[in-house]
Ligand binder design. Structure first.
Ligand SMILES: Cc1ncc(COP(=O)(O)O)c(C=O)c1O
Length: 450
């Protein structure tokens, strides 16, 4: 009989020690960090689930390619490899490298969006929303109703509400909608996938109205694997074929290669529009660098070129999705409220259900994340009222899993720690702000216990 255990499809070649701390030390560190886990020193964290962005482990093939980086200012060989790798999956005509995802967003929205415009998305991520708003436009979230109910099971909770999009197009008019975005997978909505059928419907509607469709493609490979598992007609296709089909429905994308590029830094912006590409490259030269490196070293371009292909590997994706589900299923079985079904890159604790005694204005997600740090030295992040203010539809604590980095025993330790916090949840207290910056406040806000 074949074995059923899904193992890490790699072995460990070099290690990075992590450090135990005592609870009383962590109390001190947390006070010094003003109860904002972004302000902790990473050395004071045992298991770091703050982000899956740029925190993964690279393969021997990526490290090998790094040695081949061509650092020429213009026309570098590494750019050609990078562009060819991107085009083999995404298929778009112009590939503009950037240092990370938000740089691609800034360039895209500064060229396409003007004050008074509206940009619909299934759910804008924090940097995406901030960049749309910085361009003077409104960021409109149009997730399906199921996507707003944490405990509800639905195979594609990242889907856009197509009827609501149609209504928005009729109400606002296509002239004020410079583009529509689909975020795959939907990070702010629980790492939930978007189906091919939904992307087709959104694409059809956009084309009928002459509005370009762009993908926020950060986790395109995980999204493709969910389509393979869950959407009829895709079981026999490879994740790469599925990604190619999805991107053919759009006109371009933004990408943070720190996620499904399996790299520690990097990103890109793609478009099929020649005129737009020219404007974008001019802006790139002003802020990021020449169009064949865009703020990256040649070696970074090499790491992304290899990483994008590795992210489409089926053994890797099977392990990736199964290991995220392992954490979620163990918590859910014990009655812990999480976003279901489990998403691709993270498990999201439903803080409103976990600590219902903490009012929203006292940041239940931030309070729960602080307690998890005190309990086990585990760093997570809030996605809720601190991050989005009144626009927050849910308050969640995201346990983001870096790619190819932690083993099953690390995750078992996380499960034990969350269960311990759950047992003592009545004792968790809310927080209040003592400082907030003018935008993206969750990164640097300071808080204190109420
Ligand atoms: C969905 C989504 N879009 C955009 C970004 C921004 O990418 P970066 O952090 O590389 O700027 C992120 C990062 O977490 C993301 O998850």
């Amino acid at each position: 009989m074949p074995t059923r255990t899904i193992i890490e499809p790699f072995r460990i070649k070099s290690i990075e020690p992590i450090r135990w701390t005592r609870r009383e030390d962590r109390e001190r560190f947390l006070r010094a960090a003003h109860y904002n886990l972004f302000l902790l020193s990473a050395d004071d964290v045992l298991i770091d689930l703050l982000s899956d962005s740029g925190t993964g482990a690279m393969s021997i093939y990526q490290w090998g390619a790094i040695q081949e980086g061509d650092e020429s200012y213009a026309g570098s060989r590494s750019y050609t490899r990078f562009r060819d790798s991107v085009q083999s999956i995404f298929g778009y005509k112009h590939v503009i490298p950037t240092h990370q995802g938000r740089a691609a967003e800034r360039i895209l929205f500064s060229t396409m969006v003007k004050p008074g415009d509206v940009v619909p998305n299934n759910t804008h991520f924090d940097t995406t929303r901030a960049n749309v708003e910085a361009a003077g436009a409104e960021a409109l979230d149009l997730i399906i109703a199921e996507g707003r109910q944490p405990g509800l099971i639905h195979p594609f909770k990242g889907n856009m509400d197509v009827a609501a999009l149609e209504e928005a197009m009729a109400r606002i008019g296509p002239r004020r909608i410079p583009l529509v975005m689909l975020t795959i997978t939907n990070n702010s909505g629980g790492g939930q996938p978007v189906s091919m059928e939904n992307a087709r419907q959104v694409s059809r509607l956009c084309r009928e109205h002459g509005i370009p469709l762009y993908f926020d493609a950060c986790r395109f490979a995980e999204n493709s694997y969910f389509i393979k598992l869950r959407e009829p007609g895709f079981a026999g296709k490879t994740p790469k074929q599925i990604a190619q089909e999805m991107f053919s429905l759009g006109d371009g994308c933004t990408m943070s290669a720190k996620k499904d590029g399996l790299a520690n830094i990097g990103g890109f912006l793609c478009t099929n529009d020649d005129q737009l590409a020219q404007q974008e490259e001019n802006l790139l030269i002003l802020t990021e660098g020449f169009p064949t490196y865009g703020g990256l070293a040649g070696r970074d371009l090499e790491a992304v070129a290899v990483g994008l292909q590795e992210a489409c590997d089926e053994d890797y994706l099977r392990y990736r999705i199964a290991s995220t589900a392992y954490l979620g299923n163990h918590l859910s079985e014990k009655g812990i409220p999480i976003v279901l079904p489990t998403g691709g890159h993270a498990i999201y604790l439903d803080a409103r259900a976990f600590v219902p005694h903490i009012p929203l204005e006292q940041f239940p997600g931030v309070a729960l994340a602080a307690e998890l740090y005190l309990e086990g030295g585990i760093r997570s992040s809030e996605i809720g009222t601190l991050m989005f203010g009144k626009a927050a539809r849910m308050d969640m604590v995201r346990l983001a899993i870096p790619r190819r980095t932690y083993t099953q025993s690390h995750i078992d330790y996380v499960i034990e720690s969350v269960l311990e916090v759950w047992k003592n949840r009545d004792r968790i207290r809310g927080l209040r702000l003592t400082y907030e910056p003018p935008f993206l406040r969750h990164f640097t806000a300071k808080l204190e216990p109420v």
